[in-house]
Design a protein around this ligand. Structure first.
Ligand SMILES: [Zn+2]
Length: 194
């Protein structure tokens, strides 16, 4: 799986133009049909995704090109999931977060549990990205431990990304920098920082 920008025409152009690299071996990816159609639950309603598939010209592995609006194995867009994480760090309770976002409380609980379980991995990964993007960033101080530190690291890395490459939504940048497995289990590896 590879996380790409949500604008299909741009992804298509990059894919056909040989500008997308294989996440496993860095060789060039070429078009290879489409992945399974799915509906992503967005704050503005359902959005049908028909993600592109690509095949590596080096290792022959195939990858689904998931837009940065989404996270692997999650039915809700990353902006909604991110809003839940921010609300939790701000001290809101699960039930109230779920009510405000219009999502089932168990779903929100699942996101927050997974984020908390991975918090240290997330903090370390996004801190490496922040430093890779902006050498001026010194040591990052703790923001209060656990999920607050992890959220802070994502925010700092996203800000560094924006300063370098231009405007973007922090959670979509977070999805891309996590390779889509922000809320994967603790053994799903984040892609290397480049
Ligand atoms: Zn490859």
């Amino acid at each position: 799986m590879l996380i790409v920008c949500a604008e299909q025409a741009r992804v298509e152009a990059e894919l056909v133009g040989g500008r997308l690299g294989c996440p496993s071996c860095r060789e060039v990816l070429g078009p290879w049909g489409h992945g399974r159609e799915r509906v992503l639950r967005c704050s503005s309603g359902g959005r049908v995704l028909r993600p592109r598939r690509a095949r590596c010209r080096g290792c022959a592995g195939t990858h689904v090109l998931l837009p940065d609006l989404a996270l692997s194995r999650r039915r809700d867009e990353v902006l909604v999931i991110g809003a839940a994480i921010e609300a939790k760090v701000a001290g809101r309770r699960c039930r109230s977060i779920a009510g405000r976002l219009g999502v089932h409380a168990d779903t929100v609980r699942g996101w927050l549990r997974r984020f908390a379980k991975r918090a240290e991995q997330i903090r370390a990964h996004f801190t490496r990205w922040a430093v890779a993007l902006d050498r001026e960033i010194g040591a990052l101080g703790p923001a209060g431990g656990g999920i607050a530190d992890a959220l802070e690291a994502i925010a700092i890395a996203a800000r560094a990304w924006v300063l370098r490459f231009g405007p973007g939504d922090p959670w979509r940048i977070g999805s891309a920098l996590s390779g889509g497995v922000l809320l994967g289990n603790t053994s799903s590896l984040f892609p290397p920082v480049r």
